[in-house]
Design a binder for this molecule. Structure first.
Ligand code: UD1
Ligand code: UDP
Length: 367
């Protein structure tokens, strides 16, 4: 059986890496990898760490790329690869524009498509944007749905996807995290040398399209004013490569010595930082899954989330993006140790670290 895995961004690569590695160990499977390289450096960091050499690299990334551009280049490029390889199954992951393009390209050639991390929903078409619609469309296009949680499975059932096409597997992000987090790694030379680990360190990431502009300015202003009031707090902010995000981060933080801006970190040092920090402040999807597994409180910089499980477990809170709520949310966690301790509980609603193995077994038995 020939399985082609297609992905293009950092989080897809992190979450597909354990599965690609597991598939390539199966003698009955010929595993091929096609990357769109919707991300370039941020994708390459992950490929290198997990020692994955793609069979195809479309290299589509442009600075400040539009959704139309990513969609059309990825659709055409993946279409050509599918036509050449004629796989028995195409695997896509999550909700990026590469994901949608891959699933559509497979559909056009009537190649079965498996969707990893299927069934996440917010019910708000513009949040996250464009991911909510990407994953709903992929839900319609895909033939096999690998749901990470029971809630995700229920979302798919509610959309009338046949139960026998849905498989509850856990999320491969936990596989990637557990395979990485215990590895030793130095943080020297990463732009963090002035950071004082004796202080409480907040890990900040922020990149979502719906947060560009005003929401991001408010978030950054709230973080800046919070650290000005807390001399025992420092912030690490590995800034996404997007020029818009980089400019906003520079404007907000360049004169503030308590905030340490650095390049996107390789996944290995990033795991060290997650493990060592006091709390996580993020609009990322993946961090909402990883931080709870490490017992780190997560404040989510979004109005809605498709990942309700860590909130239900008490390790994550949704604090939105406006200045006042971000200040209150972070302030409470910094100033009230009871609240902090109640959130700093390791919970793992997203998987047991063997999702890639379960998905591989399903592919071998059912597809
Ligand atoms: C994309 C995904 C988003 C995912 C995020 C993970 C879409 C529409 N968005 O958003 O779902 O959460 O990736 O990070 O699919 N850039 C570089 N080098 C890189 C990566 C990005 O320079 O390695 C810059 C480029 O200028 C690029 C810009 O960042 O044009 C934006 O990248 P893009 O993939 O369009 O959007 P993200 O915000 O990264
Ligand atoms: N990550 C990383 N280096 C960084 C920031 C994040 O390796 O500097 C990892 C993080 O651990 C998670 C993934 O990248 O696995 C999340 O990516 P991102 O926030 O860009 O995308 P999202 O999850 O929001 O789609």
């Amino acid at each position: 059986m020939k399985v082609l895995s297609a992905f293009g961004t950092r989080p897809e690569a992190i979450k597909m890496a354990p599965l690609v590695r597991c598939l390539s160990r199966q003698p009955q499977i010929e595993s091929k990898v096609a990357v769109t390289a919707q991300h370039r450096e941020m994708l390459d960091q992950v490929l290198q760490l997990f020692q994955i050499t793609p069979d195809y690299d479309l290299n589509i990334m442009h600075s400040g790329q539009t959704l139309e551009n990513i969609t059309s280049l990825a659709l055409r490029g993946l279409g050509q690869i599918i036509a050449e390889e004629k796989p028995d199954l195409l695997l896509v992951h999550g909700d990026t524009t590469t994901t949608l393009s891959g699933a559509l390209a497979a559909f056009y050639q009537q190649v079965p498509c498996g969707h990893v991390e299927a069934g996440l929903r917010t019910a708000d078409k513009y949040a996250p944007f464009p991911e909510e619609i990407n994953r709903r469309l992929v839900g319609s296009l895909a033939d096999f749905h690998f749901a990470p949680t029971a809630a995700a499975r229920d979302n798919l059932l509610a959309e009338n996807i046949p139960a026998e096409k849905i498989f509850l597997t856990g999320n491969t992000v936990i596989d990637a995290l557990l395979q990485t987090v215990e590895q030793e790694c130095s943080l020297a030379g990463l732009g963090l040398d002035r950071l004082d680990w004796a202080k409480r360190v907040i890990l900040l990431t922020c990149h979502r399209r719906e947060n560009w502009g005003r929401p991001m300015e408010e978030i950054f202003a709230a973080v800046a004013d919070t650290v000005r009031e807390h001399s025992d707090v420092e912030v690490i902010f590995p800034v996404h490569k997007n020029p818009l995000v980089r400019q906003a981060a520079q404007e907000a933080f360049s004169t503030l010595s308590q905030v340490h801006l650095c390049q996107p970190l390789d996944y290995l040092p990033f795991c060290q930082v997650m493990k060592s920090c006091h709390l996580v402040l993020t609009d990322s999807g993946g961090l909402q899954e990883e931080a709870p597994a490490l017992g780190k409180p997560v404040l989510v910089l979004r109005e809605v989330t498709e990942r309700p499980e860590a909130i239900a477990a008490g390790t994550a809170r949704l604090i939105g993006t406006d200045y006042r709520r971000v200040r209150e949310g972070v302030g409470l966690l910094l100033d009230d140790d009871k609240v902090y301790q109640s959130m700093a509980q390791a919970v793992n609603p997203y998987g047991d670290g063997r999702a890639a193995q379960y998905i591989t077994e399903i592919i071998l038995k059912k597809i």
